[in-house]
Design a protein around this ligand. Structure first.
Ligand SMILES: Nc1ncnc2c1ncn2[C@@H]1O[C@H](COP(=O)(O)OP(=O)(O)OP(=O)(O)O)[C@@H](O)[C@H]1O
Ligand SMILES: [Mg+2]
Length: 446
């Protein structure tokens, strides 16, 4: 068996190791890569029986049987490689065998890196899942009024259906609370709950937040691209808050995603199929926006498969008292003191029209409990705007000025006596400090 010169040159240039043996298993040739991988030099092996230098070699078997052996893993010190062995056949006769050694250190390194990256992805995923948890449950929604009970029952009922939901209600009525609760009572409760407020991004930014992008999709795109919220919400719920604020163009893209159930990241070629339930919320009248050409009708019907109208607080007055008690309890737990509310303060709160709904009520209770030094909330501790409405409705009476002045004078005199003492001498000094005679002081205290 002859290895001609030019074949030799070719084989010597290969990155893969090559060993050729004849039919008697005598090594005829090895290339430099074989030496690199195994550490065996030509002078030590060429011309010798293979099994002598390389016990355990399987090429003799291949030559004997005429059967190939492929992808046989081997190791030489730290170097790992794969061997492909085939018989060399000439006119139906086996005249030798050839081994090709494929170093796999590089592949191993890559595999290791890949494994590491996979671990990182897994970690991030569980991180995101923890982040993407819905906080509230139906138990957190206080509702006593018949109208809010109806809403809550409807929301509970549709939780387990997988249709999209549109929650409609004024600001502060509890839409977010409902979105959370619906997700947590659905079959997706263990999946992610990803919330995005459409009002906080302009259209371009919102598009890349929602759909993500591939590396180099546009100038300023992050290296490695960015995963979109849609993909993060896969298997769970995507909460599109203030959906009315989404630009008209982006609405069309959203509609496409909802119709096809797939997304394509910006600059990407591949469609990614997704399983996401959409809960959208709005405090705007979307039907009116449709008439004005600001919101797409087709998208509206996709989102509002199940519409839920959360009524404003002024239309469910029976909720006000339990909500006040609920928020005062929360505050009391925080400051570890019981907080009471006087009847007239309660009456003012019950009759107020609550333009900011439950959020306004919650804030008012926090404000009032800060103002009430002795932990009893009376009308004057309430926010001025609420007090003013109470006065207009005659729930708080204005005091005659004479009475106000008298109260102020007595309080100042008591302060002065506290400073100078209760004796006649002390009272003399107090009167002097207040710029009145002792007789007048006695008079006013009567
Ligand atoms: N029924 C309820 N029981 C207890 N707390 C409630 C209830 N409804 C709303 N809240 C509380 O009121 C506040 C406002 O609610 P939420 O954020 O859900 O309102 P929203 O409708 O999403 O308002 P916006 O339109 O301004 O975003 C929150 O602190 C929420 O916990
Ligand atoms: Mg909200």
């Amino acid at each position: 068996m002859d290895i001609t010169n030019w074949v030799k040159i070719i084989i010597d240039s290969l990155y893969d190791g090559v060993l050729i043996a004849d039919k008697d298993y005598i090594v005829k040739y090895i290339n430099p890569a074989y030496t690199r991988i195994t550490g065996v030099y030509a002078k030590d092996i060429v011309g010798k029986p293979l099994s002598e230098i390389r016990p355990g070699a399987r090429l003799p078997y291949v030559i004997r049987s005429g059967k190939k052996l492929l992808r046989i893993p081997r190791q030489e010190g730290k170097v790992e490689y794969m061997v492909n062995m085939s018989p060399i056949v000439e006119e139906d006769e086996i005249i030798g065998g050839i081994s090709i050694l494929n170093e796999i250190t590089d592949i191993y390194k890559l595999t290791e890196e890949l494994n590491k990256s996979n671990m990182t992805i897994k970690n991030l995923e569980s991180h995101v899942k923890r982040m993407g948890k819905a906080k509230y449950n139906f138990d957190d929604i206080i509702s006593k009024d018949i109208s809010s009970l109806e809403v809550k029952n409807l929301a509970k009922k549709i939780s387990s259906k997988d249709s999209n939901v549109l929650i409609i209600g004024e600001s502060g009525t509890g839409k977010e609370l409902y979105a959370n609760s619906i997700h947590n009572s659905s079959n997706r409760e263990n999946g992610p709950f990803i919330a995005v407020n459409c009002a906080t991004f302009d259209s371009n930014l919102l598009e890349s937040e929602l759909f993500g992008y591939e590396e180099g999709a546009f100038t300023g795109a992050k290296k490695g691209g960015k995963i979109g919220l849609f993909e993060l919400a896969d298997g769970g719920t995507l909460f599109l808050d203030e959906v009315s604020e989404m630009g008209y163009g982006l609405q069309a893209k959203l509609l496409r995603v909802l119709q096809e159930g797939t997304i394509r990241p910006i600059g990407g070629l591949k469609e990614v199929s997704l399983n996401v339930r959409i809960i959208a919320a709005t405090n705007k009248n979307l039907e009116k926006m449709i008439n004005e050409g600001k919101f797409r009708e087709d998208l509206y019907y996709r989102l509002a498969v199940i519409p839920i109208n959360v009524p404003p607080l002024r239309e469910r007055k029976e909720d006000i008292r339990p909500l006040i008690e609920h928020f005062l309890n929360e505050l009391a737990n925080k400051i570890k003191r019981y907080i009471e509310i006087s009847n007239d303060a309660m009456n003012i709160l019950l009759s107020y029209h609550w333009p900011g709904n439950i959020r306004e009520l919650k804030n008012a209770m926090e404000f009032a409990s800060n103002m009430a030094d002795d932990y009893i909330i009376t009308p004057e501790h309430l926010p001025k705007i609420i007090q003013a409405e109470g006065i207009k409705k005659n729930l708080v009476k204005l005091k005659p000025l004479e009475e106000v002045i008298k109260e102020a004078e007595i309080s100042e005199i008591k302060k002065a006596i506290l400073i100078y003492g209760d004796s006649v001498d002390g009272k003399k000094k107090a009167a002097e400090a207040l710029g009145i005679s002792l007789a007048t002081l006695y008079n006013k205290l009567k």
